[in-house]
Ligand binder design. Structure first.
Ligand code: GLN
Length: 268
């Protein structure tokens, strides 16, 4: 005779993780769980929760277990083919929204789940939004999110700017892989289960940022903005790269934790 209350008490998990996994296993709301905490559950439902709880105890991210993660107030489907959307990436979205003029052409490089371009398009339907990723599996997730949320975004497979030759954008945004090879975070927590090629360049952390900054001259229109996310200790290097590539108004913005998180600049 198992009840939600018992399952949660015996889960040996963080309380919020356990509740979210139980809601997913039972396909119920948080309010339902509170009202039915002492209901006797069918054994199959209890077993479904136990299976999820065991995977969580083994380290699998909650977002992959339930298949979604909230970003900018909307639910995005995620799978191990894509990075799990992070709250700090909302800063990149806000900075982009503040700089995109009416009808601006925007591209997101390395889109993953598509959370950045889909959010931009839904917040600002006037924008012409496209996105690229090198991974076909990631693009399938991103296209699914755009369709499910009703966002008209054009997706293409591309190694950064490679497939965009001849196109012009007013704004380029990116959350590229920027973690230094061998960084301890890569072997801890959720990151162990995420696509390593979406997290690290397997080098000094700036490999992709260099390519994105140095390649922006062709695709970016005059006075166009480039904005990209980076590590807490990469602000200075990012600004140096932007300045060397001829960008003006070069700045770094801190995330809500006060850490350098996004840098960018404007072409002359
Ligand atoms: N912000 C992520 C982390 O440190 C990394 C994301 C990225 O490499 N783009 O967990």
């Amino acid at each position: 005779m198992t009840t939600p209350r018992q399952l949660l008490a015996d889960a040996r998990l963080d309380a919020v993780d356990a509740r979210v996994l139980l809601q997913h296993a039972l396909q119920v709301s948080r309010a339902w769980l509170i009202g039915h905490a002492d209901d006797v559950l069918p054994p199959a439902q209890a077993a479904a929760f136990e299976a999820l709880a065991a995977r969580r105890r083994a380290g699998e991210p909650v977002a992959y277990l339930v298949g979604t993660r909230e970003f900018y107030g909307r639910d995005f489907a995620v799978s191990p083919a894509v990075l799990i959307p992070r709250p700090e990436t909302e800063l990149l979205v806000e900075l982009a929204l503040a700089r995109a003029g009416q009808g601006a052409r925007v591209v997101d490089l390395g889109t993953g789940s598509g959370c950045i371009p889909v959010t931009l398009k839904l917040e600002r339907p006037d924008l012409a939004v496209s996105a690229v990723d090198i991974s076909a599996d990631a693009l399938a997730v991103a296209r699914g999110n755009a369709a499910a949320l009703g966002a008209d975004v054009v997706f293409r497979q591309s190694d950064w700017y490679a497939a965009l030759a001849g196109e012009t954008f007013d704004l380029v945004v990116s959350n590229p892989p920027y973690i230094v090879a061998g960084d301890a975070h890569l072997s801890r927590g959720d990151l162990r289960f995420e696509p390593q090629g979406a997290l690290t360049d397997f080098a000094d952390g700036l490999e992709h940022i260099r390519r994105i900054v140095e390649g922006a001259g062709g695709p970016l229109a005059p006075r166009g903005w480039l904005l990209f996310e980076h590590g807490f200790d990469q602000g200075e290097a990012s600004r140096a790269l932007l300045a060397a590539a001829g960008f003006l108004d070069v700045q770094t913005w801190p995330d809500l934790a006060g850490l350098d998180r996004v840098s960018g600049g404007r072409l002359a």
